[in-house]
Design a protein around this ligand. Sequence first.
Ligand code: UFG
Length: 331
Amino acid sequence: MRILVTGGAGYIGSVVSEELLQAGHEVVVFDNLSRGHRQAVPKKAELVVGDLADRACLDELFRSRAIDAVMHFAALIEAGESMKAPEQFFRNNTANALTLLEAMLAARVKSFVFSSTAALFGNPARTPIEEDDTLQPTNAYGESKLLVERMLGWFHQIHGFRYASLRYFNAAGASRPDRGEAHRPETHLIPRILDVALGRAPHLNIFGCDYPTPDGTCIRDYIHVSDLARAHLLALEVLALENSGPLLYNLGNGQGFSVREVVEVARRVTGHPLPVIESARRAGDPAVLIASSEKIRRDLGWQPRFPDLKTIVESAWQWQRTHPDGYGSMP
Ligand code: UFG
């Protein structure tokens, strides 16, 4: 198949693009490079630099290339940021997704894999979280993605769209020593811890030590980016079948780690003392997010290959140590 990957110059999009190529698909990456990196796009993929707000550009892309399915990663992702500038999230994540869906509709491309998020659930009523638990985001980021899921439901019902919505918990790790996480600015926990180990920051600020958790810090379910990528390929196979219904899946390892526990694992991996400072809570952070991924295991036979947090941190460390400036460190 020929797959259009929006955000394919980003962290997860580039890893999935590579897996798609390895599986024998053709990949067209569409990215405005505002957050992504040209060097992250796999060599065998075609890169089209453009913006999802530009409907004419999308129409031309669909007209000139026989696209079979779309995987949509391009989005703003920092939950904390979304509590300062929600309008940017509704514009980038919600309005731009609608433009993409409209362009797909016009081009009669009806298979869609959506990069969704655990942030849909807000403060969940129970743990681990199952797919049909209450959706009640505590930040504008989660809301901006929930609105897309809702649109997709209607596009399925009315226009016969076949879609998968993959709700990532905390994506982490590196798929190869030369392909990893490189956000600008970096806000995510594991790379920020590793920045301390590299001497690029004096300490880690722990955002909130008074949460109702055993050690007072937030608990998250970290999932290796290669395991996430695999789920996309499995979903794509099912979407190729006529009349496949909406596929809604949570993706995590079913095990939560507090911020302090992640720091401890990183101390073991890096051998650095990793000083921390207890700081104020970050707006919009739920206390605990742990996935039940039973549904995707059952339906698609998905199995994480790298569920161990130490393995995840080691792979991130290998990438970050050798690429302290991310893709800027590459020739
Ligand atoms: N944290 C710190 N210090 C830091 C960075 C993070 O204490 O310097 C804490 C956060 O407050 C949070 C935890 O570490 O409690 C994890 O934070 P991340 O920023 O790494 O990840 P989030 O859980 O906020 O969000 C991530 C992605 C979202 C996704 C979500 C799903 O950014 O896109 O996981 O759980 F939706």
